[in-house]
Design a protein around this ligand. Structure first.
Ligand code: 6PG
Length: 227
């Protein structure tokens, strides 16, 4: 599959366009719509724009494409960010990995995978939203980490030395089977990683190696090194 690049002049116009695309995909769904929500900070503007659009939320089953190993109410929690930015639109349906200070992240990831497999028993994920770090990581598939090589499990705990906390992340087998992937990237700090990703040399640059249609929604600054 190729990767489609959609460039908008500012982060705001990118967020508005991405929200419209997401709303259209959700509203086209006949029955249920499975969406993997991106973490980090970039997606918040798109989530807020999405809340203002006319979306049929009932069929939506939301989950997280990755999560930091922190309590659900921690300010670094992706689930908390997504739930707040989407202003409760997915609260009932948002599936979040279990956290507990006595819980092993690997057990939480295995439980989460089992839940994801039951949601997607005979149904590909309809849409996975992702971001990209300035090192080209996506979800919590960081360069040089073990999760990059996982080809069986859909969700794993990943030790990321370059990050403060352990991560739980979707793996390529899960991402590659999505119908659609949308990657949301803004800012000049991401320009080099964008160039490397479109050369296929970063974790985010491998998103097109499966069956998913991959669209990148970016702003001019992030696209500034792409020919
Ligand atoms: C996370 C995200 C991660 C994020 C990138 C970009 O848990 O941090 O899943 O992959 O998308 O790090 O983060 P920003 O949007 O904050 O630049």
């Amino acid at each position: 599959m190729s990767m489609e690049l959609v460039v908008h002049d500012t982060p705001e116009t990118m967020a508005a366009a991405a929200a419209l695309r997401i709303a259209n995909l959700i509203n086209e769904a006949e029955s249920s719509f499975s969406i993997g929500l991106a973490g980090g900070s970039t997606p918040a503007a798109t989530y807020r724009a999405l809340v203002d659009l006319d979306v049929t939320w009932d069929p939506v089953k939301a989950w997280l494409s990755d999560e930091r190993w922190v309590p659900h109410d921690h300010q670094r929690s992706n689930g908390r960010m997504a739930s707040e930015a989407l202003m409760g639109k997915v609260n009932e349906s948002l599936l979040r990995p279990r956290w507990g200070d006595l819980l092993d992240p690997r057990d939480s990831a295995a439980d989460y995978e089992a839940s994801l497999r039951s949601i997607h028993r005979n149904h590909r994920p309809d849409l996975v939203l992702l971001g990209m770090g300035d090192d080209g990581h996506t979800a919590s598939l960081f360069p040089g980490t073990a999760a990059l090589h996982e080809r069986t499990r859909w969700f794993v705990a990943n030790d990321v030395p370059q990050q403060k906390e352990e991560r739980l992340t979707a793996t390529y087998p899960l991402l590659w089977q999505a119908v659609n992937i949308i990657v949301l990237v803004v800012g000049a700090a991401k320009a080099r990683a964008m160039k490397e990703s479109f050369a296929g040399t970063t974790p985010a640059g491998r998103l097109d190696e499966g069956d998913a249609k991959v669209q990148w929604f970016v702003d001019d600054a992030a696209a500034s090194l792409l020919s």
